[in-house]
Design a protein around this ligand. Structure first.
Ligand SMILES: Cc1cc2nc3c(=O)[nH]c(=O)nc-3n(C[C@H](O)[C@H](O)[C@H](O)COP(=O)(O)O)c2cc1C
Length: 187
């Protein structure tokens, strides 16, 4: 009787050790429950911040806001004015408005959600600054946007064209339901 219970204990301990080892070594695919994800977003008037919060609720990932060194004023985002800052940053695609330090070690994350408002049918220039300044190679990148009406596909195209070495997933325009967000990530 005693020997049987000892054997049972040894088998249970071995099974536990095996399962712990497997989960530690675990796969690193995008569907891996152990994937470490972070949400990095830019917002001017708050819509993308709400979207980032929803994404944080659904994924459990922390959200960090990208802050330009020089904040955008109302005059800066006047797209009707050809001289405004946002129009100039759209017309001259080499411009990279400086960002404040993110304050996060991105090497700790294998998945990065990158959120922004659509400006001129594409990602704002500050997103390009972020992509230039941080090493995102090899990470799973999930872009998301908010907009009046422009689809995500236009920004997907400019991001993939501008940064072809990065691992882009098809982006998502928010707001969207929790189910839509989950399906997007698991695709
Ligand atoms: C400079 C500028 C350009 C914009 N260009 C577009 C556009 O091309 N297509 C569109 O649907 N919305 C456009 N919008 C609207 C924003 O994408 C939309 O209001 C977005 O949700 C704002 O996000 P935020 O509140 O996080 O800043 C533009 C807004 C600004 C300020």
């Amino acid at each position: 009787m005693k020997i049987r219970s000892i054997i049972k204990s040894v088998v249970a301990i071995a099974a536990l050790a095996l399962s712990l080892n497997l989960s530690a070594a675990g796969p690193t695919t995008k569907n891996d429950k152990n994937m470490k994800a972070i949400i990095v977003y830019f917002t001017h008037s708050g819509n993308t911040e709400l979207a980032a919060q929803k994404l944080a609720d659904v994924t459990g990932a922390p959200a960090v806001r990208l802050l330009p060194d020089r904040p955008y004023t109302a005059a800066d985002v006047d797209w009707v004015n050809e001289q405004s800052r946002c129009t100039q940053e759209h017309l001259n695609q080499s411009l990279r408005p400086a960002l404040k330090p993110l304050g996060v070690d991105l090497s700790q994350y294998d998945t990065v959600f990158i959120g922004f408002p659509i400006w001129w049918h594409e990602e704002p220039a500050v997103i390009r600054t972020f992509l230039d300044n941080y090493n995102l190679e090899g990470k799973e990148l999930y872009p998301f946007c908010t907009s009046y009406e422009s689809p995500m596909s236009e920004a997907d195209a400019t991001l993939q064209k501008g940064y072809p070495k990065l691992k882009w997933h098809t982006g998502l325009r928010l707001p969207a339901s929790a189910d839509t967000i989950k399906a997007w990530i698991e695709k």
